[in-house]
Design a protein around this ligand. Structure first.
Ligand code: NCD
Length: 306
């Protein structure tokens, strides 16, 4: 039995197969409509979510399965003091697979150690968000046609943004990847990412503050929200929150085929006037999230569809 804690839990070949499966699901949805008949997915969300939880639920429903779960810690027995280890043992009596989001780094890993059913990390604190990475890889591979030889700008809150941490971890396994890390000084990537991932693997990267300087060089721009909930004080958040605002004027500096991704939710970092630009693919990306999660559920439940 397998869990998904980090995008590195799959080899590059396994990821390729999973993305192929997601593309096939998109092209032939009917073929998969009963693949999980009679199966149940539990969504255990101790932290707010719209896309991740609903796309997991939609994914399981599209496969013919059912869903159950909770969408905040307050509405679960965590508020009575139940441990994650006990919760997962009990949930395993009701469901075949579970997706867990938790504010504490490592909580889904703890759950997986006590779980007789596959556990998927649906975001743990500022650490990892592997299913967003599957979504991002599927979006990039499908719309750009490749996952190698790309110059990728990651912009915004690179310190607390778990989607960025997972995406960097996943992309360094492909060839010809170059990063431009665009953030204010205080929100630069954590040193473990800089040293243990980028430097260790000899990945070409630069850290800059001005988005305008990076834009002309990019194949992809991955915008992120400043992670309000991870700041220790409100003042710092208020100072940082509007540091970057991508607007139509800045988009003029970007190549004609540069894609703009964003895991969403967006606050102010992308002006709504950019939404009509054909290069803005963040809503398509949210749609790809459903196919990626369908492929993941089938893979972890070892369901084969011929
Ligand atoms: C992201 C997350 O939860 O980390 N959202 C998502 O799952 N699409 C990004 C964010 O909250 O900023």
């Amino acid at each position: 039995m397998r869990h998904l804690m980090s995008p590195l839990d799959f080899s590059v070949e396994e990821l390729d197969q999973l993305l192929n499966l997601a593309n096939d699901i998109e092209a032939n949805p009917k073929k998969y409509a009963h693949a999980c008949d009679g199966k149940k997915l539990a969504t255990l969300f101790y932290e707010p979510s719209t896309r991740t939880r609903l796309s997991f639920e939609a994914a399981m429903m599209n496969l013919g399965g059912n869903v159950l779960g909770f969408s905040s810690a307050d509405s679960s027995s965590a508020s009575k003091g139940e441990s994650v280890a006990d919760t997962i043992r009990m949930v395993a009596c009701y469901a075949d697979i579970c997706a867990m989001r938790h504010p504490k780094e490592g909580a889904p890993l703890v759950a997986s150690l006590h779980s007789p059913i596959p556990v998927i990390n649906a975001g743990d604190g500022g650490h990892q968000h592997p299913t967003q990475t599957l979504t991002d890889l599927l979006t990039i591979r499908t719309l750009k046609g490749r996952l190698n030889n790309l110059t990728i700008g990651l912009c915004g809150d690179l310190k607390f943004g778990r989607t960025v941490h997972s995406l960097i971890n996943a992309l360094v396994r492909y060839t010809g990847i170059r990063f431009i890390l665009i953030s204010p000084e205080e929100l630069r990537v954590p040193s473990y990412i800089r040293e243990d991932v980028l430097r260790k693997k000899n990945i070409e990267f630069e850290e800059v503050e001005r988005l305008e300087d990076a834009l002309p060089k990019l194949d992809l721009l991955y915008m992120t929200r400043v992670q309000k909930e991870r700041f220790f004080n409100e003042e710092d958040y208020v100072r940082m929150k509007d540091f970057y605002i991508l607007d139509r004027k800045k988009m003029e500096l970007a190549p004609k085929d540069m894609l703009v991704l964003h895991p969403l939710p967006r606050v102010n970092e992308i002006s709504v006037e950019v939404d009509d630009d054909p290069r803005a693919v963040y809503f398509k990306q949210a749609q790809f999230g459903v196919y990626a999660r369908m492929a993941l559920i089938l893979t972890l439940l070892e369901v084969k569809v011929c």
